[in-house]
Unconditional design. Sequence first.
Length: 87
Amino acid sequence: MANHKSALKRIRQSERRRKRNQHIRSQMRTMVKRCREAFESGDAARAADAFKVAEREIRRAATKGIIPKQRADRSVSRLAKRLNAIS
């Protein structure tokens, strides 16, 4: 365990950031999963709505530095490709 005041503060900050990052990453993955389920159902309107929500979550995670920007672009691109195949 850390003894210095600054090290204790760093531990507290790291833990807060870890929890925040974990929440955003989990939220993003859930929305992507729902989007894929909507694609599987074949309902174009539902899939389009789910895609919008998933894209927003992916971009948000990239903006906050939780995932790299390039990975966000790639993920959105792949989902868009599947959406266009349904439409």
